[in-house]
Design a protein around this ligand. Structure first.
Ligand code: HEC
Length: 129
């Protein structure tokens, strides 16, 4: 009976150690990869969003697509987005600095921020008949 308990306890402990390591790695990545101060340009960001293929999964206006989730309007914080983009290990490929510079990343963020909110459907007469 005692052996059973330790059999189940250990993998759980290993998992939480793994999680802690992952969080530590992400924090280090975060410190190392927050883009430098740079006058971000939404126009350059749109070009970088297209050039790097982000639109293929997230849509031209970051509205989301079959594969990628919605990124705009109201994008998440730049710190979150840059950590995600540099370290993604799921369906989305990671974009390291050699491929996507910090400046381009900051510009992409400016582009996502520049995308306007949609109109409230309540103010569109045709949708309220
Ligand atoms: C091959 C398709 C694909 C491409 C290309 C792609 N993404 Fe993604 N992206 C995804 C998917 C799928 C997710 C959700 C994945 C996940 O949660 O692990 C995601 C998640 C994200 C997220 C996190 C969203 C959130 O709210 O959690 C951001 C930010 C993001 N992508 C930005 C970008 C940018 C910027 C580019 C271009 C440099 C890009 N993506 C290119 C598929 C893609």
């Amino acid at each position: 009976m005692k052996n059973h308990a330790s059999l189940f306890a250990r993998p759980a402990m290993r998992l939480s150690l793994l999680r802690m390591a992952a969080i530590a790695a992400l924090s280090i990545g975060f410190i190392a990869s927050v883009p430098d101060a740079h006058a971000a340009s939404a126009e350059n960001g749109k070009a970088a969003f297209i050039k790097n293929g982000c639109w293929q999964c997230h849509g031209f206006a970051g509205q989301g697509g079959v594969t990628g989730p919605t990124l705009a309007p109201s994008p998440k914080a730049l710190s979150f987005i840059s950590v995600f983009i540099r370290n993604s290990h799921g369906v989305m490929p990671p974009y390291q600095k050699a491929i996507l510079s910090d400046a381009d990343l900051a510009d992409i963020y400016a582009y996502l921020q520049s995308i306007p909110q949609g109109k409230d459907y309540k103010n569109i007469p045709l949708l309220n008949q």
